[in-house]
Ligand binder design. Structure first.
Ligand SMILES: [Zn+2]
Length: 87
């Protein structure tokens, strides 16, 4: 997983409406490409990049290795959220 900072590339999470300019994709290119997966750091949901926007994705339709990676990211995200809740 690579953090991609693209100031001119804004997306809106299709689940929670969170606006983001920093993107983490599983494929880690300079700019997210059509079909790459996105994990929302605000709500923990998974979406897919299209040329124009993020769209909801059914995790069950993804490859097993991708689902495993998403699960690892989600576990780390939940841990961070849990720690923040104790502050
Ligand atoms: Zn979200």
């Amino acid at each position: 997983m690579i953090l991609i900072k693209t100031m001119d590339y804004k997306t809106i999470c299709p689940y929670c409406g969170y606006k983001s300019t920093n993107h983490e994709t599983l494929e880690g290119k300079n700019k997210p490409k059509n079909g790459e997966i996105s994990f929302c750091m605000n709500c923990g949901e998974v979406s897919k990049f299209t040329k124009k926007e993020l769209v909801k994705v059914n995790i069950e339709e993804l490859k097993y290795c991708t689902r495993e990676e998403i699960n690892d990211i989600r576990v780390a995200w939940l841990r961070r959220k849990a720690i923040e809740n104790l502050k």
